[in-house]
Design a protein around this ligand. Structure first.
Ligand code: SF4
Length: 201
């Protein structure tokens, strides 16, 4: 049995349309960074002045923009980063349980990205190298405080644990790509990235 077998996927429900009738109902959006570098969130901010348009249409729930600590019921959840420890899995499951639509943002969420480069070494080898053998360490030891999240043996992309609705590749994806996907969803369209917006590097 793999270390991820215990994380069963959860069912999806469709996103409600914005602007039904005469009222514009704000959609709730949550974002988080798991095993990532926050570069994808920085790219999110690259939508620049369009953020002002966005906040007319959405309300942010858990996000580095709000500092809310737990994800409540949301229409769209955006995940940066893959899964390298038990806390990442817990947060991802909380997002999947609360978000009608879940988006994997960036290479780390899509396929593990840079953190997954550790996957060709054993976790024991990595911990030994970092906490015992690293040049310049004095009295190094492997941290074992029970408050620390347990590391996983491998770094996993998020689709290995939960159902993901949309993937935005790139390291990071451009602000324009993020804007296109969000505005497509807000308008009730199937998101589509053309050649100018989709890239994998
Ligand atoms: S995809 Fe790139 S920019 Fe985004 S979190 Fe991973 S390393 Fe950072």
């Amino acid at each position: 049995m793999s270390e991820l077998d215990k994380f069963a996927p959860s069912p999806l429900t469709p996103l409600p349309q914005v602007g039904e009738g005469n009222e514009v109902k704000k959609l709730k959006v949550a974002t988080t960074s798991l095993a990532g570098c926050f570069g994808c969130h920085m790219s999110f901010l690259d939508i620049d002045e369009r953020l002002l348009e966005l906040v007319k249409l959405v309300e942010f729930d858990r996000s580095p923009l709000t500092d809310i600590k737990h994800c409540g019921p949301c229409d769209i959840g955006i995940i940066e980063g893959g899964l390298c420890n038990a806390e990442n899995v817990h947060v991802l499951r909380e997002f999947r349980a609360n978000c009608k639509i879940l988006i994997a943002l960036g290479a780390c969420a899509v396929n593990g990205g840079l953190p997954a480069q550790r996957n060709h070494l054993s976790l024991a080898t990595i911990l030994e190298e970092v906490y015992h053998a690293q040049h310049g360490l004095v009295d190094g030891f492997i941290p074992n405080d029970p408050e620390l999240p347990l590391p996983l043996d491998r770094v996993h992309p998020i689709h290995e644990v939960v159902k993901v609705d949309y993937f935005i590749p790139g390291c990071p994806p451009s602000g324009d790509a993020i804007w296109k996907v969000l505005t497509d969803l807000l308008a009730g369209r199937e998101p589509e990235l053309g050649h100018g917006l989709i890239h994998y590097d």
